[in-house]
Design a protein around this ligand. Structure first.
Ligand SMILES: C[S@@+](CC[C@H](N)C(=O)[O-])C[C@H]1O[C@@H](n2cnc3c(N)ncnc32)[C@H](O)[C@@H]1O
Length: 618
């Protein structure tokens, strides 16, 4: 697998994150890490890692968002169902059988995300033990480094879509439906203990019967996986089981665990064996001829063994070396002089692997012991992987003659397998990222949909407001039309009135009598041109004034009573002749006629006075 080139700016960013938030991302695979950090940066429009470090310093909330982006929480109930079926049908019964009745059963879901895995474990254990025994005996520790995910896990409620992965019958028995959500049964929920735990930093939970750490290690570098697997090895009981994710192969640490069912990534712990036994001597017998024949045969065998490409060492029952072939001499720097030495005096007896317990085991079981991919550190720092085969050699009667130990160099095969596994992990990681992106897309989609709905509602409101405005507009327009026609009518009337006024003015102007019209309060309403001529006041000066208070050469007080009578109701025309002084100061005689001004229904509105200069009496 090609490794991602180290980018110093990115490593600086990781250091800044460690210093400011005490979280060490350096153990995570760079490819995923860089992709996830870039995602945040793209959202913020930042292209430079150093600029992003500055941004993180100024914006306290950004770390949480980055943290959530890096820690991919993709999970489901019974993820990879065939593996869970195998666990439920084959492994859980072994765990239950290995424990006395009443003994506690301890399980750890490490990297539990939002809890689906822990509750799946609760279901399979409850199915195996029955609810009462489950409640009494089972403890499921479920941990993660992501507090938000743990918070969701503690609530134990899931959407219908999330519980869809739980078979119908189990869902009905283990969940209660609360409106749109499904709540894991509270009485069983109490045996699941959620807590924050960092696989890098915190001490592992111990004495476990089952350790489930799925799709968590694959985000880590090979070195980090090795470190954490050593801790997980410690955490398990000697007969405990390790359940990994489908892309996780454990190639990095084959010496600690051995597959129970590789396909489903279920492993058992390889316990440390301390017993030792001595090896048996390879038998040698026969007379001289036979000895010479045997010698010939022995040399033939030795030459053949020497030529074999597999390194081989033969040890007698006392533990002395009786043969080392050419490949073994080259591989371990041995020589012919080492033949006859005791195996236990050679470094080879304990490095790269403790051979003596394996020799004992092969003798005890009477069948070969195979150790696969044993790591051997070469002087140049490289790691060589060896398949070590320990075989007891027996004579025809079954008596032990000695032991053959062969070492097959499987480094190229191992490397290939490693690359395949890494490729698989990368694929799985990419797939998970895709899934998480998909989920984010779905959320964004839902948000968009709700925004669209809101917009639609707003639109509808706007539309109805618009409709209302439109109706109001129409109403206003009709009022406007009415007003316009009233206006037109008014204008016509005004024109008529103007014409009438002009007509009246011209009538009054052409009359050779002074005409004065008074209202009911005796205020002057009309004062024609002849009146101006007679008394010297222009109509503008007298209109609206009380006639009886006018200061003219005419004795207005003499007319007061006939004017009032006229206004009050007298129908007759009162003729009065008075002496007056006209506007030129000449004494004149003037005849004044007063008649009533009547309106509709003969209502009194005032009085009309006509004044006419008459000749002096003869
Ligand atoms: C992809 S989820 C796997 C969830 C579940 N185990 C499954 O397989 O469905 C990986 C989880 O590992 C957690 N994780 C990442 N680094 C961790 C660490 N250092 N210690 C503990 N958990 C970690 C993440 O927060 C995330 O919830």
């Amino acid at each position: 697998m090609s490794s991602v080139a180290v980018d110093p700016a990115f490593e600086d960013l990781l250091r800044v994150l460690f210093q400011s938030h005490h979280f060490d991302f350096s153990g995570y695979k760079r490819s995923t890490l860089v992709r996830r950090v870039r995602r945040r940066m793209d959202l913020l429009g930042i292209s430079d890692f150093a600029d992003y470090a500055d941004y993180l310093e100024v914006h306290a909330e950004e770390f949480g968002l980055l943290f959530n982006t890096i820690l991919i929480n993709v999970t489901t109930f019974f993820r990879d169902p065939p593996a869970w079926e195998y666990l439920a049908n084959e492994v859980i019964p072994l765990i239950v059988a290995a424990r006395q009745d009443g003994e506690p059963i301890r399980v750890w879901s490490a990297g539990c995300a939002s809890g689906e895995e822990a509750y799946s474990l609760a279901i399979v254990l409850c199915e195996a033990l029955g609810a009462d025994a489950y409640r009494e005996r089972v403890k499921i520790y479920a941990t993660d480094v992501d507090d938000d995910a743990l918070e969701r896990a503690r609530h134990g409620t899931y959407t219908a879509k999330e519980v869809a992965a739980v078979p119908d019958e189990l869902r009905a028995r283990y969940f209660e439906q609360r409106s749109a959500r499904w709540l894991f049964r509270n009485d069983l929920r109490r045996s699941v203990i959620f807590g924050r735990h960092d696989l890098f930093q915190d001490a592992p939970i111990s004495r476990l019967d089952l350790l489930v750490s799925r799709n968590t290690l694959m985000y880590l570098t090979v070195e980090s996986q090795v470190r954490i697997l050593a801790r997980l090895h410690y955490a398990l009981n000697d007969n405990g089981y390790l359940f990994l994710g489908k892309a996780e192969m454990l190639l990095a640490h084959a010496g600690l665990f051995t597959p129970l069912e590789l396909k489903h990534r279920i492993f058992t712990k390889i316990p440390k064996v301390s017993a030792r036994e001595r090896l048996l001597v390879l038998a040698q017998a026969g007379n001289r001829d036979a000895a010479s024949h045997l010698d010939h045969l022995t040399r033939l065998r030795e030459t053949a063994t020497d030529a074999a490409p597999v390194a081989q060492i033969v040890v007698d029952v006392d533990g002395s070396i009786v043969g080392v072939n050419e490949s073994a001499r080259r591989m371990f720097g041995l020589s012919i002089r080492d033949v006859g030495r005791r195996l236990q005096d050679l470094e080879l007896s304990y490095r790269p692997v403790e051979l003596r317990p394996r020799i004992d085991e092969a003798h005890r079981q009477s069948h070969p012991v195979m150790m696969r991919s044993v790591e051997r550190l070469l002087p140049n720092g490289e790691v060589q992987y060896l398949d070590v085969h320990v075989t007891t050699m027996a004579d025809n009667g079954g008596g032990v003659l000695g032991t053959s130990i062969s070492f097959t160099d499987v480094t190229p095969h191992h490397r290939l397998q490693n690359e395949v596994s890494h490729a698989k992990q990368e694929l799985e990681t990419a797939y998970e990222e895709l899934q998480s992106t998909n989920e984010e897309l779905e959320t964004t989609n839902e948000e968009l949909q709700s925004t669209v709905e809101e917009l639609e509602t707003t639109n509808e409101e706007l539309q109805s407001a618009n409709e209302e405005l439109e109706t109001m507009n129409e109403e206003l327009q009709s009022t406007n039309n009415e007003l316009q026609s009233i206006n037109t009518e008014l204008r016509d009337r005004t024109d008529e009135l103007d014409a009438m006024n002009a007509f009246m003015d011209s009538v009054l102007a052409s009359v050779h009598l002074g005409v004065v019209v008074l209202d009911a309060d005796t205020r002057v309403r009309i004062w024609n041109g002849r009146s101006e001529d007679l008394w010297g006041l222009r109509s503008q000066e007298v209109i609206g004034e009380h006639f009886l208070t006018l200061d003219v050469g005419f004795p207005v007080e003499k007319l007061a009573s006939s004017i009032r009578e006229c206004i009050a109701g007298s129908d007759g025309y009162g003729n009065t002749v008075v002496e007056a002084v006209n506007r030129r100061g000449r004494n004149i005689r003037c005849r004044v006629t007063c008649s009533a001004l009547t309106g509709v229904g003969r209502a009194r509105h005032g009085a009309i006075l006509t004044m006419e200069e008459i000749p002096p009496p003869e």
